[in-house]
Design a protein around this ligand. Structure first.
Ligand code: BG6
Length: 480
């Protein structure tokens, strides 16, 4: 059980809070994970009576748990939930807020601030919390969770870091990448380091290449303004996919302690080979979805119409080829690809093995970590098809499910909120990871912009554009 604490949710009326955080906290409460006296102080910019807020919370739960939920937990949960309006126009807003939190009988002074607000407000809120003494650790610990993105490039990430580190030390800062809260991702380290059969083959002697891919059928939805200024490379590759790559390729940490795990990821991310100026054209690729149909349903709008800007050059498909400059990975291409509006949704890590001395040519050996929608580990091997034909071979997929019926299901945000309250930073990003990630992404954005690199088009609902083949080292290869 975690120490008694107060979770302060900035941006409580926002989408993330409605869909993930409040229902997630309810689920944690239901499974007995929240201390009896813990309060959730939701902070928003609009005024709202306690009664109205409780109705809103009920609405969020009704929407999420359509089959109903436990009445007893509901009563307890509603009592934990307190709303506070922090009005932007009120110069005394943070003093009042601090006064509220200082009601010691009501609120534990172990304070976890979850900032689910506009990125431009992160530094400001931290300044204001510090000004009114709310980050002072003499009366209990103080932690601040910062939603993604942490900066929009290296420069702004460093500026944000400089600003918040005036008031917080690294142990108090929780930079989120919600992928790290997914149980399938946590499983990568266990699969690699708790099973000695993998380590001897986890290197450039045996591995041909690695594909780390995420694809969604969904488009950008109502996040048009955010997406226009972000694009697929920054939205997905900058953190989620690079983190998946780090977990797949990092060296074994000294222990599973947060610092040891993060140290190895930092080393790995810093070992990404920078692109030479002639590399960008065949190591990176971008595209944007046009109109099309998804699963037979036509009339799906193209990106340009959705954002109402016919000149937009924002990519919704991004792919890169990475080399890692370490003895283990020298010469092994690692392909990362993310896309919106493809013909299917899924996130996978696929590892292709070399043919070695195989008598049959391409032996098609793969290890596949399916992150979502399934959570499985598969090995693909070549086998003989039963029958008289000696030469008829086929791939056989040996798939094991890491999640089976009856296993506890806990959303990534639930895991991360518990970690925040428990003081466990292993599934949060260290600032050195964030800066290494921007150091990789910034030059690509610069190159694409300065050189007006072609933005390819693909039809919504199609599979990968053929032209993305350009980044493959071996022309016979493509996305798995
Ligand atoms: C978010 C991105 O960080 O991750 C979204 O901003 C993306 O564009 C989402 O859709 C994907 O997350 P998940 O957990 O649904 O794979």
């Amino acid at each position: 059980m975690i120490e008694n604490s107060t979770l302060v949710l900035f941006g409580a009326k926002g989408n993330l809070s409605r869909v993930k955080l409040i229902p997630g906290l309810f689920h944690l409460d239901e499974s007995g994970q929240l201390p009896d006296n813990m309060k959730i102080l939701s902070v928003g910019r609009q005024t709202s009576t306690q009664e109205d807020w409780q109705k809103e919370v009920k609405g969020m739960l009704d929407k999420k748990f359509k089959d109903g939920y436990c009445k007893k937990t509901y009563k307890r949960f509603i009592e934990r939930n307190i709303y506070h309006a922090n009005l932007t126009e009120d110069p005394e807003a943070f003093q009042k807020f601090s006064k509220k939190l200082n009601e010691k009988k009501l609120f534990s002074q172990n304070l976890a601030f979850f900032l689910s607000v506009r990125p431009s407000d992160f530094a400001l809120i931290v300044d204001q919390l510090a000004d009114v003494g709310l980050l002072d650790q003499t009366k209990g610990w103080k932690r601040v969770l910062i939603e993604k993105p942490f900066g929009t490039n290296l420069k702004s990430a460093i500026e944000l870091q400089e600003s918040i580190s005036k008031h917080l030390n690294e142990e108090q800062i929780y930079r989120i990448d919600h992928y790290l809260g997914k149980s399938a991702l946590q499983n990568i380290l266990i699969t690699r380091f708790a099973n000695s059969i993998l380590e001897p083959i986890w290197n450039n002697t045996h591995i041909d290449h690695i594909q780390i891919t995420n694809h969604e059928m969904l488009g950008v939805g109502d996040r048009t303004i955010f997406y226009e200024s972000t694009g697929a490379l920054r939205d997905m590759i900058q953190s989620h996919l690079l983190q998946m790559m780090a977990l797949t390729t990092m060296e074994q940490p000294k222990s599973f302690s947060p610092n040891d795990i993060r140290d190895e990821k930092i080393k790995l991310l810093n070992a990404i080979k920078p692109f030479g100026k002639n590399d960008f054209n065949n190591h990176t690729y971008r595209a944007q979805y046009a109109a099309g149909e998804i699963k037979g349903e036509g009339g799906v709008e193209g990106y340009l119409n959705e954002v109402g800007n016919q000149d937009s050059i924002t990519e919704t498909y991004a792919a890169v080829k990475i080399f890692i400059d370490t003895p283990r990975w020298k010469g092994v291409p690692i392909y990362l690809r993310t896309a919106k509006r493809l013909n299917a949704s899924g996130t996978n890590i696929s590892i292709k093995f070399k043919n070695g001395d195989s008598l049959i040519g391409d032996n098609n050996n793969w290890i596949i970590f399916d992150i979502q929608p399934k959570e499985s580990t598969a090995i693909e091997i070549t086998t003989k098809t039963p029958g008289l034909d000696e030469n008829e071979l086929r791939p056989t997929n040996l798939e094991g499910f890491n999640r089976v019926d009856g296993d506890e299901s806990i959303d990534a945000y639930e895991t991360l909120m518990l970690d925040l309250m428990n003081g466990n930073q292993s599934r949060f990003l260290h600032i050195d990871e964030v800066t290494a990630q921007w150091k990789f992404v910034d030059p690509i954005i610069d190159y694409w912009t300065k050189n007006k690199v072609k933005l390819n088009q693909y039809k919504s609902g199609d599979s990968d554009p053929e032209s993305s083949k350009i980044i493959f080292d071996d022309p016979s290869q493509f996305w798995r």
